[in-house]
Design a protein around this ligand. Structure first.
Ligand SMILES: Nc1ncnc2c1ncn2[C@@H]1O[C@H](COP(=O)(O)OP(=O)(O)OP(=O)(O)O)[C@@H](O)[C@H]1O
Ligand SMILES: [Mg+2]
Length: 339
């Protein structure tokens, strides 16, 4: 079921009398209960786009439907109602520093429908992010990861159906990021909340997103399952981002003599192994194929294998082997220098 449908959404800004579209004719569909991500370089328009979903940013043109209702036309009181349905977390947490953790959450609850059962609900929310013991602490007594967990608890205060996350892990170290991603995946599973998460970090995309879109200069250049984006990127910017992310770091000492043979990087559906293929090709064309380096990337429940092989032998036979290998994997490219 479709939860959010954007059609031809554009956001125009003017800076120093110059007009430009920070979001440029974006159409996307986000399904009920999925974790949908948007990645792109700084300035691509990610924050502007996500802010249109709760109308913190009004689109200049286009249609946004949530649960089938056109939100860009809603009167002010309905917009307030809509915002209760949508929680949001931020890169810098945005907690109120002179209020305790409990008060921060209670503050969010007072805006909603929990005026009676307030203390119970505060406790319930803090337990959800495993921070029940911090109820009387102040934000500056917490670590970054703990602050973001409070941010999550606060965003969930009024039982939202959608959670928007704007670079929610970008201020955190690797381990804390993992912890926050685990909590978000858990919340998505347990509560069935639709999550829209924007980030410039492919590591986060790989671990969290079910489907994702890539943005460049205000446009969505492609959208697909996370696996397909990583395994078979189509747009130039996606190829560049994914290429950089998946690249095997080959130290100079491992670089074989490129005047005597060809070094080829193969990317393949990692559930199978390439050994039989390599043995077959090697026999068929009578070339030597040695494995220089390899790694496996886990994308959600799927696997991408990356293998660097070095082919030596008769020039023509090497070319034939390269072509055969290329046909059997989803990407093959020759490497001409150390990476
Ligand atoms: N209120 C505004 N007025 C004018 N220009 C804006 C405004 N907000 C954002 N922009 C511009 O719109 C473009 C997109 O900004 P946006 O914040 O959406 O990018 P982003 O993809 O979130 O980048 P980052 O990864 O750095 O957060 C940028 O060029 C930015 O300068
Ligand atoms: Mg941003």
């Amino acid at each position: 079921m479709d939860k959010i449908i954007l059609e031809h959404v554009t956001v125009n800004f003017s800076q120093k009398k110059k007009h430009f579209a920070a979001v440029d004719d974006v159409s996307l569909t986000i399904k009920q209960g999925e974790i949908f991500g948007v990645v792109g370089l700084s300035g691509a328009g990610k924050s502007t786009l996500i802010r249109t979903l709760n109308l913190l940013q009004r689109p200049s043109a286009g249609s946004i439907k949530i649960d089938g209702v056109e939100i860009t036309q809603l009167p002010a009181d309905k917009v307030r109602k809509l915002r209760q349905k949508i929680g949001m977390i931020f890169q810098h947490f945005n907690l109120i520093n002179n209020k305790t953790v409990g008060e921060n959450i209670a503050f969010a609850l007072k805006a909603g429908n929990y005026k009676q059962a307030l203390p119970e609900r505060v406790k319930e929310l803090l337990d959800l992010v495993d921070l029940g013991d911090k109820i009387d602490s102040y934000p500056n007594q917490l670590s970054g990861g703990q602050k973001q967990r409070i941010g999550i608890a606060r965003a969930l205060a009024n039982n939202p159906e959608i959670l928007l996350c704007d670079e929610a892990t970008s201020a955190l170290d690797v381990e804390t990021t993992e912890e926050i991603l685990r909590i978000l995946a858990d919340i998505n599973q347990k509560l069935g909340i639709t999550i829209v998460f924007i980030t410039h970090e492919l590591e986060v995309a790989k671990k969290l997103f079910h489907r994702m879109a890539v943005m460049e200069n205000g446009k969505v250049v492609e959208a697909d399952s996370t696996y397909n984006i990583f395994a078979n990127p189509k747009a130039a910017i996606t190829k560049k981002l994914v290429g950089r992310y998946l690249n095997l770091q080959l130290p100079n000492e491992l670089l074989p003599d490129l005047s005597k043979g060809r070094l080829v990087e193969l990317r393949y559906q990692g559930k199978s192994t390439l050994t039989p293929l390599i043995t077959d090709v090697s026999k068929e064309f009578d070339v030597a194929i040695s494995i220089i380096h390899g790694k496996i990337e886990y994308i959600q429940n799927d696997v991408i294998g990356i293998l660097l092989v070095y082919l030596t032998g008769d020039k023509n036979a090497v070319e034939q082997s390269f072509l055969r290998l290329s046909q059997k994997v989803f990407a093959a490219k020759e490497i001409k220098e150390a990476i």
